[in-house]
Design a binder for this molecule. Sequence first.
Ligand SMILES: [Zn+2]
Ligand SMILES: [Zn+2]
Length: 412
Amino acid sequence: MGLRLTVHRGTQQIGGSCIEIAHADGCRIILDAGRPLDAPDGATGLLPASLDRSRPAIVFISHPHQDHWGLIEELPPAWPIWTGAGAAQLIALTGDVTRRPLNRTFETWDARSKPVAIGPFTITPILTDHSAFDAYMLLIESEGRRLLYTGDFRRHGRKSALVDRIMACPPSDIDVLLTEGTNLGSDKPVKSENGLEKDFVELFERTKGRVFVAWSGQNIDRTVTIYRAAKQTGRTLAIDLYTADVLDRISEGTRLLRAGFPNLKIIVTRGLLSNYRSQGRQDFVERMIPNGISARKLEGSRYVVMLRRGLIHDYQSAGVVPTADDVFNFSMWRGYLSEPYHAEALEWCKAAGAEIAYIHTSGHASPADLRAFAMAIRPKIVVPVHGVKWDEEFHGFGRIRRLADAETMDVP
Ligand SMILES: [Zn+2]
Ligand SMILES: [Zn+2]
């Protein structure tokens, strides 16, 4: 008897994550079925070839980023898929807005979930801090063996206390720690979301005109950071219908930011309005309208305005064009600026003479925090995933077993 671990994809790259843990009796669980970050839009047939689809398996998705769930539609329909309740909402929303509604449904756990027992496995989701909402580490127990999969995590976001708590009181006797290493090899300092909030306050105070900000509507920490800074400086944050939809779906029964909060307006743009109508979601739009604002009203120094390429056309036709008094802040990974989708908003503002700012912090742990986390868990073996610099930066993690994609390892 024993457990066999296979990292189907992720030992040499960031994203496209897919890990299998198999019991000698044939029962298998799959951790994440992610889409590779460099996969062309619309490409299919991307599941790792080493993943055997002829036998049953149960899938656990750590968090709602596509590089962890983006291939679920390619999995055999009979395989159950588990994820957090909030994550399930956000995954479904991505399908709805891109007009590729998901065929799959999820089994879900909530943030205070008890362990899930399936066959010889017990899986305990542990809520963690990451730029994705409702992100989990997964503790897998079977046959007296214990594996901890970090998923993606950080220790400087609005939920950093969750990671501090795991480190202060780590799960005991971990045999294998499967840890991400996104930021290995970069020595850029990571700022906390609170630190970012101060930077935004300073930017909002000194800017004469509007502040356009590009960020991911699913990055709830960032939405909250920008909202808090806007409120403190007497500005109003204007978000698009999609970001309002994100907040609406996950805030029920919580104190989370949503439509109806002071200093928050929902910009009703023509493009998204027709998108929601064609989804048959007129009721959602109707609910947003009391807190809505037409793009035409986004004038003067009172507003912090969400911006991305898809909104430019509607802004422009409503007479919203950047001026030299305005500022544009890109609040996502700088590497995205090499893609026209992200660069266009920046160029639009730059051409008008607006100042270009960059206030952002990583969604992933710093190299120091990655090492501190591994040291706190004290596993017998560390198996690296979700990184490109592991071969150079393996020191400080304890005993490492460097696997290749699709190589199997018997859990000792
Ligand atoms: Zn990831
Ligand atoms: Zn992620």
